[in-house]
Design a protein around this ligand. Structure first.
Ligand SMILES: N[C@@H](CCC(=O)N[C@@H](CS)C(=O)NCC(=O)O)C(=O)O
Length: 200
């Protein structure tokens, strides 16, 4: 298995999952954004995005799908929630929520705060506020809970907490509501997270 990555990107999700599972993989670290600074990467991944995962004939462009692929293909593992568990529908919902609801407004902040400063400053404030308002569900769901699903650490925690890691990098401090802070502080103490963050 090979994972193409850039530092501090959502490659963190599959790298963290692979580290939690103790899987063997090769890492190729690219300059960000690769479509600008490593144009030959477009011959490998036509989208030019990271992460990109190859495993034999398998080629994946979605970080959440990569986590799901690893737990299914290389499990069994407690990182997965099975269809016969009560929390399975919630697990699916969180896996989609991670990107479709949470990181989507954050990408606008990333672009206009750090990649193209001065081009659309108004968007930074507006999209930050929109992102924070979308954290309502996460904050209330974590009330009295250590993990999102099935009372254990799963890839739902990995995929959703990436949005909090990104919020920290984007300096969206209002994201650290009490339950979210308590939950993410604990997740980010995991050895596999620290390894995924620093692996070169
Ligand atoms: N939904 C995809 C998004 C991939 C994506 O947009 N990745 C960003 C980095 S986090 C990227 O490659 N941006 C550079 C670009 O769009 O050229 C995923 O979850 O993997």
């Amino acid at each position: 298995m090979k994972i193409y990555s850039c530092e501090n990107s959502r490659s963190l999700r599959p790298l963290w999952t692979a580290e939690e599972m103790g899987l063997d993989y090769k890492l190729e670290l690219l300059p960000f954004p690769p479509r600008v600074f490593q144009k030959d990467y477009l011959d490998i991944n036509i989208l030019g995005t990271v992460p990109y995962l190859t495993d034999g004939k398998v080629k994946l462009t979605e970080s959440v799908a990569m986590c799901q692929y690893m737990v299914k293909k290389y499990g069994p593992t407690d990182l997965e929630v099975a269809p016969n568990e009560e929390d399975y529908p919630n697990y699916l919902n969180w896996l989609f929520h991670a990107d479709a609801t949470l990181t989507f407004p954050q990408t606008v902040v990333l672009r206009y705060k750090f990649q193209e400063p001065g081009v659309a400053d108004g968007a930074i404030e507006g999209y930050s506020r929109w992102f924070v308002s979308r954290l309502k569900l996460l904050e209330s769901s974590l009330e009295g809970k250590e993990y999102l699903c099935s009372n254990r650490f799963t890839i739902a925690d990995i995929c959703v907490s990436y949005a909090i890691h990104l919020a920290n990098n984007l300096e969206i401090h209002q994201a650290l509501k009490p339950n979210i802070k308590r939950w993410s502080d604990k997740l980010f103490e995991r050895e596999a997270f620290k390894k995924a963050l620093t692996i070169k």
